[in-house]
Each structure stands twice: as structure tokens, then as C-alpha cells.
Write a protein that binds this ligand. Structure first.
Ligand SMILES: [Zn+2]
Length: 277
């Protein structure tokens, strides 16, 4: 499942092709399950894609129409969604949306591919866009994600288990299962520890751990698990090299202890019994 580094990799690859003038839009008959028919406020035909922003795992594609008005297409990749870039038409199974047009280098095709269809495409008007963005908390890759923020947030819900809490997009936008596991490992905290028992000093470690994790994953263009992710070229990313406990046999921190796997809120959870307390 794509998490912050994977979404950011796709965002940055797509951004390199902008501005992109869209002439036509092709959709498959299943796109309704991704967009919600009544939520269709525009179609980017004859519009320019000028900018792509990201908050958490949500990408925000800015289209400008011929009157200069901005329209937002929000893209959440769900379990297996991804975007492809090509100078020829993308002929790939499970292509749900294809934007066809040109940029400075010539013809361009930008296609949304999603085999399992848990992704969301939302063609928003301004109020809808504001509402969707407001659902997301501080992005874990941003400057606002600091030790004081984590400390104050954990204090609000002292009974929640740290790893489960870290998955909550209302507070930790961009995290996901592998990120939450790895943050706990790098901070030396058991995933089951109650938020109220995390110390202020450990909040510093949560921040430094998050930064080193994101930096490593971004450098490797993301992490792929069981076919859930590939970048705009179809490449799977190399980020597995950067993981300490997630799907690891031996802990990458102490390099000697066997990683334990448990289920926490139905999600696979990994920790080192020696390094995490
Ligand atoms: Zn260890």
C-alpha cells in the first residue's frame, strides 16, 4: 500500500512533466466506483495541469481552465493505485482514467491504473476540496511535524496504543502500516505501548526516526510490498533496504535479535523485543 514516500515519488515524477495541456480524457466504465458519480464537478478536458501538491497520502492535481479558474482533482492511491507516464497511449489492464495531451516535449499520456480499485479520484469544487483537506492532520514529512506536536497529540489520547495511533490520518497524515512499525522501532518503543506512557525524550526520537525513515525511502523511490505499489515507470522501488523490523527476520538495529510479529488492530505488527520497550 502506498504511503508518504511512495505517493511523494509519484507526485515528483508527474510534476516533472508540467505544465501539461490536456486535450481529451478517456475513462473506463468502472471509473464510477472511484469517483462517485454525483461528485463529478468538472472534467479536465481542454485544461492545463499546472501543479501537483501532496498532503499525507492525498495528491492534489491543480487544473486551470481557459478562464484561469483552478479545479482540483484529488487522487488517493488506496491499496494498489498508481499513475503512469508515457509518450504513447497507456495500454495496461485496469487503466481507469487517461489524460491525453501534450507538454513541452510533445505528446503526453498520464494514466491512472488501479487493479484493486480501492483508490479514489475526486473532481472537486472549492468547498469539497476544502472539506477533504480539513480531514487530514499534520503531514509527517512537514516541518510542523515536530516533537512538541507529537507530545501534545499523544497526551490527548493516553490510552491509545502508539502504533495504532500513528496510523490515524487525522493526526499523522501520510503514515501507513510500514511507516508506523518503523517509527516505533527507531524510537525504541513497543508498538503496544500506551500513548500516555511515551516520554518527551522519546518524542524527539519519534521525529528523528521518522525523518531518517522518510529520507531513506524517498531516496529509493519508495517501497513495494506484494504488488501494491509501482512508480510512474512501473518500477517497484528499492526501499526495502531501509527497513529495520517490517517484514524483517532479524532486527536491523541490533542486528542479532529475531523480530517478533503480532496482530494489532488487524494489521501485521513487527518489533524487536530487545530494542523496543
Ligand atoms: Zn533489535
Amino acid at each position: 500500500m502506498p504511503e508518504l514516500p511512495e505517493v511523494e515519488t509519484i507526485r515528483s515524477q508527474l510534476s516533472q512533466t508540467l505544465p501539461f495541456t490536456v486535450k481529451t480524457v478517456e475513462e473506463s466504465d468502472v471509473i464510477g466506483s472511484l469517483t462517485g458519480k454525483s461528485e463529478r464537478h468538472f472534467l479536465p478536458k481542454n485544461m492545463s495541469l499546472v501543479k501537483i501538491e501532496r498532503k499525507g497520502k492525498l495528491m492534489d492535481l491543480h487544473f486551470v481552465d481557459n478562464k484561469g479558474k483552478i479545479h482540483h482533482l484529488l487522487s488517493h492511491l488506496g491499496m494498489s493505485g498508481g499513475w503512469r507516464l508515457s509518450t504513447k497511449k497507456v495500454i495496461e489492464k485496469h487503466t481507469h482514467l487517461q489524460l491525453i495531451g501534450s507538454n513541452r516535449d510533445g505528446p503526453l499520456f498520464m494514466a491512472y491504473v488501479d487493479p484493486r480499485r480501492f483508490g479514489v479520484l475526486r473532481f472537486c469544487n472549492e468547498p469539497m476540496y476544502q472539506k477533504e483537506m480539513a480531514k487530514l492532520g499534520v503531514d509527517i514529512g512537514s516541518e510542523d511535524f515536530n516533537a512538541e506536536y507529537v507530545w501534545q497529540t499523544l497526551k490527548k489520547y493516553p490510552e491509545r496504543q502508539l502504533k495504532v495511533f500513528l496510523l490515524d490520518q487525522k493526526y499523522f497524515a501520510g503514515s501507513g502500516n510500514y511507516i508506523a512499525n518503523e517509527i516505533c522501532a527507531r524510537a525504541g518503543i513497543r508498538p503496544t505501548r500506551r500513548a500516555g506512557k511515551v516520554t518527551r525524550a522519546e518524542c524527539d526520537k519519534i521525529i528523528s526516526g521518522t525523518r531518517s525513515l522518510l529520507e531513506g525511502s524517498l531516496k529509493n523511490n519508495g517501497v513495494a510490498f506484494s504488488g501494491g505499489y509501482s512508480d510512474t515507470t512501473g518500477s517497484l522501488g528499492d526501499g526495502l533496504n531501509n527497513l529495520m523490523v517490517f517484514w524483517q527476520k532479524t532486527c536491523g538495529l541490533c542486528k542479532e535479535t529475531e523480530v517478533k510479529k503480532i496482530l494489532l488492530a488487524q494489521r501485521g505488527t513487527f518489533y524487536c523485543p530487545k530494542c523496543q520497550r
